[in-house]
Design a protein. Structure first.
Length: 693
């Protein structure tokens, strides 16, 4: 018989800070066990059955539920300033929404303003986040330009501020984009510092040209966003980033894989042995790019992000499938981008690919809708793909380890802000929601759909991110000594996603109306129950900054293995001397053989030596007879001038033939032939031309 549940008021719980989770199935990325979990002072102290614990401990009965590590969202943009707008989810509202959905830690991106240094931008983000966050957080830093000063600041951030991941943009030309030589330098610097290189993989030059062409053609709506950034533009950049990272031997994380071909590229790179990681998004597996075609402009614009959602509905399944199987490429949203990451990893490149909850949850079809306001909501970069098969494809990649991480790329702008691009799709602020619904979308599309099991779900929503960014085993696992960041997950409970009920500040939800199985019944942050029987009790400012140390073994062990592969040939002085002696012996033998041959020839000529006879050239003026006039004992005497000697041959091997000669001469004569003088006459050139010979 199980121990009855004893509920303790929240104020007493905070004072006692003791918690026991009983009768649940503990799920880690490596297996499922039947264990109770005892928590004290924010740390997991004991695991097992029949635990001896202090009195006054609150007990949560998790019978029939999964006890899992809290989610880690490695890709958020709270308070992000982009394209003339600032995202509406700040660090308080954004992390509060994260906790509501079962995520207990986020990693946000520091993006410097124009003329702002990396350190200044980092301090600005820390000052804002530290006093607002409801859960723990870390920071990536974006490198949007390159100089010796930037290199120095990267080193300072790694050594003094606990930052070990830097994001480079291959898109947003004239704003954030770095060229290949700059990418090479940033990758080399990341390698030197033991950091992770992250890339937003899209070809910025092609996008700029496509955008101009489409606007000139009168395409101004949200559908133009995806049209300007087709799958191959994403996949090409993924492949290029993988190649550069492989040559530099730098670990790579590809953010937001949004397409089938991009996912395949990540998977192929991993199969080649690359240290590459791929991330997809909740948006990429939860919806697709067909939303860009929605009749409502507002609806279509809501889905605008970069890379875009893809209209192929199978893409999300592929991304999820690839997640089941370290450069970290973020927000992969297409099949081709995912394929590039997959391809490079298969070649031995240390590469990681990230997709988004939006990528596996929806597609980009809404961007093509008639509702222009609705279409705007789906604008993000890379865009959601209008291929409705894309989400399914991405899910499959998540499940098969072609992709490793699911983020949200949560960067929310209200409908009014999205309307900044009502007459020009290139001015629609890029971004979608996802931090709150990421866990439920991945569970619905992956586990409930039968594509992945709960252990893989834990890996792609928590553990893999913890390992890649050096948070493991403090985060991302339920184990003795780990932080008590835990979610008690009810797999049978259902809810319908809606902007009317979500916690986020944004006024729409790209997953609107989606029914999902899997709900966080309890969410525990640092030992504190912040979701209690589905009731949100997050605390403003409760979270703290967590450093991510460099040279994470999970990633750099792969890099070290790759460095061991190319080996030069060891050549010692003793071996060099040995080969030199052998060469000398061979040369000596050849010389002795030459002398012996010369001596033998001397004996054959009786000791005499005959010098070669000099060739005496005859003067050109010496009179000579023509060959036909030379008289020999057997000759019949000189021929008459103009007559031919039929016994003469024109064949000679003593001279080169400068031009081709006819193999034979055909003579056109009447039957019986005809004569001309005493001999057959040879047809002239004019005769041959006349007869067509």
């Amino acid at each position: 018989m199980s121990t009855p549940v004893k509920k303790v008021p929240i104020h007493l719980q905070s004072a006692q800070n003791r918690l026991l989770i009983k009768n649940g199935k503990v799920v880690n990325d490596d297996g499922i066990t039947d264990n109770d979990v005892y928590i004290e002072d924010g740390i997991i102290k004991q695991m097992g059955r029949n635990l001896i614990i202090p009195g006054g401990t609150r007990i949560i009965d998790a019978r029939g539920k999964y006890v899992m590590p809290g989610g880690i969202d490695p890709h958020t943009h709270f308070e992000c300033e982009l394209m003339g707008a600032k995202s509406v989810d700040d660090f308080y509202q954004g992390t509060k929404a994260a906790v509501a959905g079962g995520t207990t830690m986020i990693i946000d991106f520091v993006i410097p303003r124009k003329d702002e240094s990396l350190l200044e931008a980092y301090e600005r983000y820390r000052e804002s986040a530290d006093q607002k966050v409801c859960c723990d957080y870390s920071l990536h830093v974006a490198v949007t330009s390159w100089s010796p000063k930037v290199k120095e600041e990267m080193a300072t951030l790694v050594k003094d501020h606990g930052v070990s991941s830097f994001k480079m943009f291959m898109a947003y030309r004239d704003l954030f984009m770095l060229r290949d030589p700059e990418l090479i330098e940033t990758f080399k610097t990341c390698k030197e510092l033991g950091a992770i290189a992250m890339v937003h993989a899209e070809n910025g030059d092609i996008i700029a040209e496509n955008t101009k062409r489409l606007l000139d053609a009168g395409v101004t709506g949200p559908e133009g966003h995806e049209m300007s950034r087709p799958e191959e533009v994403e996949a090409e950049a993924v492949n290029r980033a993988c190649v550069i990272a492989s040559q530099v031997n730098c670990p790579l994380y590809i953010v937001h894989v949004m397409s089938r071909s991009a996912a395949e590229a990540v998977d192929a790179a991993r199969k080649r042995g690359a240290c590459v990681f791929g991330e997809t998004l909740a948006a990429a597996i939860g919806t697709d790019g067909t939303n860009y075609a929605h009749k409502c402009w507002k609806h279509a614009a809501a889905h605008v992000l970069s890379p875009p959602l893809r209209p192929d509905p199978d893409t999300s399944c592929v991304l999820l499938n690839m997640l089941t199987n370290p450069l970290y490429v973020t927000a992969l949203s297409s099949k081709s981008a995912a394929d590039v990451v997959s391809s490079k990893r298969s070649e031995g490149v240390v590469l990681f690919g990230e997709t988004l909850a939006s990528t596996v949850g929806i597609d980009g079809s809404e961007q093509y809708g008639k509702d222009i306001e609705k279409a705007r909501r789906y604008i993000t970069s890379p865009p959601l793909r209008p291929d409705s098969t894309t989400p399914a494809y991405l899910i499959e990649h998540l499940a098969q380890d072609g992709l490793q991480v699911t983020g949200s790329d949560n960067c929310t702008f209200n409908a009014e802000q999205k309307a900044l691009g009502k007459d020009d799709f290139s001015k629609i602020p890029n971004g979608v929601n996802g931090v709150e619904d990421r866990m439920s979308v991945v569970w619905e599309k992956g586990v409930h759909a039968g594509i992945m099991d709960p252990t893989r779900f834990v890996a792609v929503t928590s553990t893999n991110a913890a390992k890649i960014f050096n948070l493991y085993p403090r985060k991302g696992v339920i184990a003795v000594g780990s932080d008590a960041d835990i979610v008690v997950w009810d797999p049978n409970r259902k809810r319908t996603i809606s902007a009317q009920t979500h916690v986020q500040a944004v006024d729409f939800n790209i997953f609107e109306g989606m029914e999902v199985h899997g709900v966080p019944e309890y969410v525990i942050v640092e030992g504190r129950v912040c979701v209690d029987e589905c009731e949100l009790k997050a605390v403003h400012g409760f979270g703290k900054f967590v450093e991510t140390p460099s040279h994470v073994d999970y990633v750099y062990s792969m890099i070290e293995d790759r460095e061991k592969r190319p080996r030069g040939v060891a050549r010692s002085e003793a071996e060099a001397k040995k080969y030199a002696e052998e060469d000398a012996a061979i040369a000596k033998a050849k010389e002795e053989a030459r002398k012996a041959a010369a001596l033998a020839k001397n004996h054959q000529t009786n000791g005499t030596y005959e010098s070669p006879k000099p060739k005496i050239s005859m003067p050109d003026c010496m009179p000579t007879l023509p060959d036909s006039a030379v008289v020999t004992p057997s000759s019949k005497g000189p021929r008459l001038e103009g007559q031919r000697n039929l016994q003469d041959s024109t064949f000679s091997i003593s001279e080169d033939v400068e031009e081709a000669r006819r193999a034979c001469i055909r003579v056109n004569n009447p039957p019986g032939g005809r004569s001309a003088g005493g001999f057959w006459s040879v047809p002239s050139k004019e005769d041959l031309d006349a007869t067509g010979q």
